[in-house]
Design a protein around this ligand. Structure first.
Ligand SMILES: Cc1ncc(COP(=O)(O)O)c(C=O)c1O
Length: 300
């Protein structure tokens, strides 16, 4: 991790190394924290944050899911993020808003715990730096939507993802793929999943997944490029028979999938449609396509 100078913490900008919490912080013990992940891109008009407002809205949605009161509005959080990037003088970075039930009470009910809110940013390159991601279906299933509010980004949920990532770490596979409790495709540990057949894209519907902001952006871009997009239940067989497949996520951006459980897809990755979509997504993120300037918040 490449440190920057400042982290915003509970209302003030503090030096990176001083942004600390107590070891008895509630969230450290029970995963009672929430977070977001965003990217700022270097554009011709200066650094710009991709879909800032949507991420901050989801941040507050995740907080509400665990009855955490954040004393900042979406507008506040957007303004602070821009100010943080300005102060840290970075041209491109990953941004990590985080809030945790803090120090003061232990036990499972955090109702009286204080809430610590932070926003940090640092330069972070590609999360899946491959043109052809080899995928292994995880032995773990994606968290069940009746066990929790599964579309909130709650810290504790991510033990599920960590275990899937640990399963493929050190193997020939680059990434894991979760099935849902019915054995259909859900998503990656930190990214959504699409298949392409002809000019049709399919992706699992909201319900079993974290419906990503990149996913929504790629759906819009794909439709504008003349692809049809269907949100539907995807069987493993359908995924394996696909022409192409890819992951989407803020960290992963758009990552082509080469094989699933050692079975290469019909078209060698990166396939032509995936490449078209990836180029269009990056054009949007880097501010090269005026049609999608609406996705960007300029820092200056
Ligand atoms: C489980 C999971 N699925 C999908 C995504 C992709 O979401 P987004 O595109 O909003 O980054 C993420 C990342 O936030 C995630 O953690």
């Amino acid at each position: 991790m490449e440190p920057t100078t400042w982290i915003w913490m509970n209302g003030t900008f503090v030096p990176w190394q001083d942004a600390k919490v107590h070891v008895l912080t509630h969230g450290l013990h029970y995963g009672s924290s929430i977070f977001e992940g965003l990217r700022a891109y270097k554009t011709a008009r200066g650094p710009a944050i991709f879909r800032l407002r949507e991420h901050m809205e989801r941040f507050l949605y995740s907080a509400a899911a665990i009855k955490m009161v954040i004393p900042y509005t979406v507008d506040d959080l957007c303004r602070i993020s821009c100010e943080l990037i300005k102060r840290n003088k970075v041209e491109a970075c990953y941004i990590r808003p985080h809030a945790t039930f803090g120090y003061g009470v232990m036990g499972l009910n955090p109702a009286t715990a204080p809430v610590d809110v932070t926003i940090a940013c640092w330069p972070w390159g590609a999360y899946l730096p491959h043109d052809s991601v080899d995928v292994k279906i995880s032995r773990y299933i994606r968290i069940h939507p009746r066990s929790t509010i599964a579309d909130a980004k709650v810290g504790g949920h991510y033990v599920n993802s960590i275990m899937a990532v640990q399963e493929v770490h050190g193997t020939k596979y680059h990434e894991a793929l979760f099935l849902d409790y019915e054995g259909n495709i859900a998503e990656g540990p930190g990214a959504n999943f699409f298949i392409i057949k002809g000019k049709n894209l399919s992706t699992p519907p909201p319900g079993m997944i974290l419906p990503g902001i990149t996913r929504a952006s790629v759906i819009e871009i794909a439709r504008n490029l003349g692809f049809s997009v269907t949100e539907k239940t995807l069987s493993v067989q359908e995924a394996m028979d696909a022409d192409e497949a890819f992951f989407t996520g803020t960290a992963a951006e758009l990552a082509p999938v080469g094989s699933i459980d050692d079975r290469p897809l019909q078209v060698p990755a990166p396939g032509p449609h995936t490449q078209t979509l990836k180029a269009a997504y990056l054009d949007a993120a880097y501010g090269r396509d005026p049609q999608y300037h609406k996705f960007l918040t300029l820092i200056s």
